[in-house]
Design a protein around this ligand. Structure first.
Ligand code: ADP
Ligand code: MG
Length: 899
């Protein structure tokens, strides 16, 4: 257990009111501070903690706690500055075979009660205890200790209580489940949103470093803050001036007459850490750092000042932030144009993308609720902003541009929740993987960063677009139209050729344009001019009038065969109706939002605009492909919304204790890690109930012959595979001999291996020949930040060439696994093709779920590669498995901490 003996690093975490505390293990030097915590506790608080008001037990407890570390005992404290505000500890008790109990105790300074200190300490203690193999916390409390009982009850874990006289015995089971994770999440969101108030709804702002001459970034921000009507108090700091842009200006932050909530920092990189420190000392609660070019030391100093003084930090290297709320009107950006007030939340990593999105949203009339340029993202990230928008009633659309992820697993959980409430759109930046990693196994080579990121977006229900233009096109549709309930599009045009182009674009985007039933055709013909054609696409002919078009759209939008209508209109000379008349018919149809509606106006100037009259608004695109892609995104979102929120299914026949032992034994021997030997590999798969072809190990010719006799099915053949440590691709070395029918063939194959691999051969694997089936591939790679990624696709020796596979992030839910098995191009083969029977799809899904569980349980499992997995109508079996292990400390991605 050498790796797990290391103590956790100190981390900063937000309390429920948004203040920051540091959580770290207790060290021997802490005795004074711990004693002070106990000494300053009121007699009542002391009685509840120690069951007596005598300060003697407290003194002894402090001494004991801070003496030499004792095995099985752990203690964490929460501090701000040098003040210890809370303490939580456990001591391991005797255990049964299934893990240990630990006795837990908690103390919080009087004036820090009800701010979540106790809960936070317990969350961190729980995470540490799990690594130590502890399965339950037990605690004795006085029955009138409501606070501590409430802390246990609210934790989200299952708690049993047993009252006895004046005391109550509590037992908290540490097994992590969904309800614990969501309880942690809810607390995390409350704390996060509270801490962002100072950044996004400050009551007072100071701009540090506005130049006196035009062209300075700080001056531009000050001008926007003033000119765009910030409702709070505004100050500036400048070494000489006393007024800049009519804003009262002071020599230093310390000299300000009032403590500002937010400081906007626009000074040279070298001065940033000093300014941050001054801000912290003055009680500033959030920093927006526009300055760029901080080196590593400056960056570290900036973040450390923010953490020590409990300031949230946006930037550095960013364009600024804005909140258009009427009673805030904060425009702390140096963008040229004022952001239009509206309902889109926008967070971008690149300032340039930010300017483009703000301009686009203004042009469309959607506008923004809040905007943050995240810049280098030292602290405030996309995840923070998603939580802010989730709790902000004005936001109904979230646009994110992210180049990197700090904690993708926490982000994914947040996003899954937020996408159910509002569309979350992103530009998928960096889609091409310029350099693929050279890797020993197929799984590692196939799992590219693009694939990982796209799996994240897909599983979280995020709409990932390929460009800013596509993002705005899609936002325009999602903002104005109901999501289509299916993929069936009716295309309508007043000029046949444009209708055909629009229909092609729809099909290419993955929508369907199928022919109408005679009943619908008849109804359309009755509404349209005699020259019209009412199949799909519908050609209204150029002679269509406004009323006729309206009737046609009314029929289509109300019809059960149609999920979305795409109308393409060109101005023609023959028409009695003008272009305006026709577009009016379209917007009027949108007033009954039964069906999704979009227009294509090839002659319009903007690539996308919103047509509005009265109550309705319809997006109109210059290019039918843009319209079709937006519709396809909307359909995908509707599908996502219709899907139940995912559950990770419970699995039987899982023995994670033995699995952990297999891994530890291997890493105890091979401290650098490596590939598991075939038999250990098989043992590990067995722990997770993953079906495999039977396998025997032979060290001599006679053993091989005997194993073949035992494993050969009646009338069947066997396979021999040579093995030596380090052999990865067996067939490349001609180390696989298939179809050995009798004793003589087995012996001769064995002798051939001995001859060819003399000096290397370690032994031989004997397997029965697999029944004829489809060769599939399943694998998993562990990404340091994203966690395990499960891959699935076509297997066998052609895997690399065909590269037909899909990926999803673990833990896989039931929905994820359906999605994953349906995603590769080879998926139709699984359902039976040209007379072959469908294969055991349920078996494949079980195998993937078990693989996902194995990777989620074992952080040391760097990679597993099953190729091939043989799938037949009656079952699935892994034929060839490889598992790579590396020493790695378990890491809790859901533990609350600031970066
Ligand atoms: P490697 O991937 O190291 O080259 P495999 O064990 O996957 O070695 O064998 C290579 C190929 O031989 C497999 O892709 C499969 O087509 C075939 N094969 C291997 N073992 C069996 C078996 N037991 N039954 C049928 N075919 C097999
Ligand atoms: Mg193989």
């Amino acid at each position: 257990m050498a790796v797990t003996d290391r103590l956790p690093e100190p981390v900063h975490v937000l309390l429920s009111d948004g203040t920051t505390v540091c959580i770290r293990p207790v060290r021997p030097g802490d005795e004074g501070a711990v004693r002070r915590l106990y000494e300053e506790m009121s007699p009542e608080n002391l009685r509840l903690r120690f069951f007596t008001i005598s300060r003697d037990s407290a003194r002894k407890a402090a001494e004991r706690l801070c003496s030499r570390p004792r095995p099985g005992a752990r203690a964490l404290l929460a501090e701000t500055g040098s003040e210890v505000v809370g303490l939580a500890q456990y001591e391991q008790l005797d255990g049964d075979g299934d893990g240990f109990d630990a006795d837990v105790a908690l103390a919080v300074a009087d004036r820090w009660h009800h701010r979540g200190v106790g809960t936070l300490l317990l969350e961190h203690l729980v995470s540490m205890a799990r690594v130590d193999g502890i399965t339950a916390f037990v605690a004795d409390a006085l029955s009138d200790n409501r606070d501590v009982l409430k802390v246990f009850a609210d934790l989200g874990l299952s708690v049993s209580r047993h009252f006895e006289g004046p005391e109550v015995h509590c037992r908290v089971r540490l097994a992590e489940d969904e309800s614990y994770l969501s309880a942690v999440e809810v607390r995390g969101r409350t704390a996060d949103v509270a801490s962002l108030q100072a950044l996004l709804r400050p009551r007072s702002v100071v701009v540090i470093g506005p130049g006196r001459h035009p062209g300075s970034v700080g001056r531009a921000v000050l001008r926007n803050l003033r000119g765009n009507g910030f409702t709070g108090r505004l100050y500036a700091v400048h070494p000489e001036a006393s007024v800049i842009l009519r804003v009262p200006t002071y020599r230093s932050v310390a000299a300000l007459p009032q403590q500002p909530d937010l400081a906007v920092v626009a000074v040279p990189a070298a001065s940033v850490p000093g300014v941050a420190e001054e801000c912290g000392a003055r009680g500033v609660r959030a920093l927006l750092v526009l300055s760029a070019g901080l080196d590593t030391l400056q960056a570290k100093a900036l973040l450390s000042a923010c953490r020590r003084h409990g300031m949230r930090l946006a930037g550095p290297n960013c364009l600024g932030l804005a909140n258009t709320e009427e009673d805030v009107r904060l425009d702390a950006t140096f963008a040229a144009d004022r952001p239009l007030a509206g309902t889109a939340g926008v967070a971008v990593q690149s300032g340039g993308v930010g300017i483009a999105l703000l301009a686009g949203l203004s042009r469309l009339g959607i506008g923004v609720s809040s905007f943050v340029s995240l810049g280098d993202k030292y602290d405030v990230s996309g995840n923070d902003m998603l939580q802010w928008w989730e709790s902000d009633r004005r936001t109904d659309l979230a646009l994110l541009h992210l180049e990197s992820f700090g904690n993708p697993r926490a982000f994914s959980r947040t996003a899954r929740r937020v996408t159910r409430r509002m569309p979350v759109l992103t530009v998928d930046a960096g889609r091409t993987d310029a350099g693929r990693r050279a890797a020993a196994s197929h799984t590692a080579a196939a799992a590219t960063p693009t694939m990982t990121r796209q799996a994240l977006f897909r599983q979280a229900g995020i709409t990932a677009t390929r460009s800013i233009a596509e993002l705005l096109d899609t936002a325009a549709l999602l903002h104005t139209q109901p999501p289509p309930t299916g993929r069936r599009v009716a295309v309508v045009s007043n000029a046949g050729g444009t209708g055909v182009l629009a229909a092609d674009a729809c099909v290419e985007a993955g929508l369907t344009v199928s022919s109408f039933t005679p009943e619908l055709v008849e109804r359309l013909l009755a509404a349209l001019p005699a020259s019209a054609c009412a199949t799909n696409p519908v050609d209204t002919s150029a002679a269509v009038s406004e009323d006729q078009l309206r009737d046609c759209l009314d029929v289509l939008t109300a019809h059960a065969e149609v999920d979305a209508v795409l109308v393409s209109l060109v101005p023609t000379a023959v028409a009695t109706a003008t272009g305006d008349d026709l577009t009016r018919a379209v917007t009027e149809a949108a007033e009954h939002p039964a069906c999704t509606l979009a227009a294509v106006l090839p002659d319009q100037e903007a690539s996308v605009q919103l047509l509005t009259t009265g109550a309705g608004a319809v997006p109109a695109y210059a290019d039918p492909q843009a319209a079709a892609r937006a519709l396809a995104h909307a359909a995908a979102r509707a599908q996502w919304l219709a899907r139940p929120t995912g559950t990770v299914p419970a699995l039987d026949r899982v023995d994670d204790h033995t699995a952990a032992a297999v891994v530890e034994t291997y890493l105890g021997r091979e401290t650098e890690g490596g590939w598991l030997a075939p038999r250990d590999c098989a043992a590990l798969l067995d722990c997770y109930g993953i079906p495999q072809l039977p396998l025997a190990w032979a060290g001599t010719e006679d053993e091989a012959a005997a194993a073949a006799e035992r494993l050969r099915l009646p009338g069947g053949a066997v396979v021999l595979k040579a093995h030596w440590p380090g052999l990865v691709h067996k067939s490349e070395e001609h180390a696989v001999r298939l179809g050995l029918r009798d004793d003589e063939q087995v012996r001769s194959a064995y002798r051939d291996f001995v001859e060819r691999f003399a000096g290397r051969l370690d032994g031989v694997l004997v397997q029965p020949m697999a029944e004829h089936g489809i060769e599939l591939f399943a694998g998993v790679v562990q990404d340091e930040v994203f966690g395990p990624l499960v891959l699935f696709g076509l297997g066998g020796t052609a895997t690399e060439i065909l590269a037909d596979h899909a990926a999803r992030l673990a833990p896989l839910t039931v929905e994820d696994v359906h999605d994953l098995t349906a995603a590769p191009r080879c998926a139709p083969l699984l359902h039976g093709y040209r007379g072959t029977a469908p294969v055991d799809l349920e078996g494949i899904e079980q195998l993937l779920l078990r693989l996902s569980r194995m990777a989620a349980d074992l952080p040391q499992l760097a990679e597993a590669d099953f190729n091939p997995v043989n799938a037949t109508p009656s079952g699935v079996a892994v034929v060839d498995a490889r598992v790579h292990l590396t020493p790695r400390r378990p890491h809790d991605p859901y533990l609350r901490r600031l970066r």
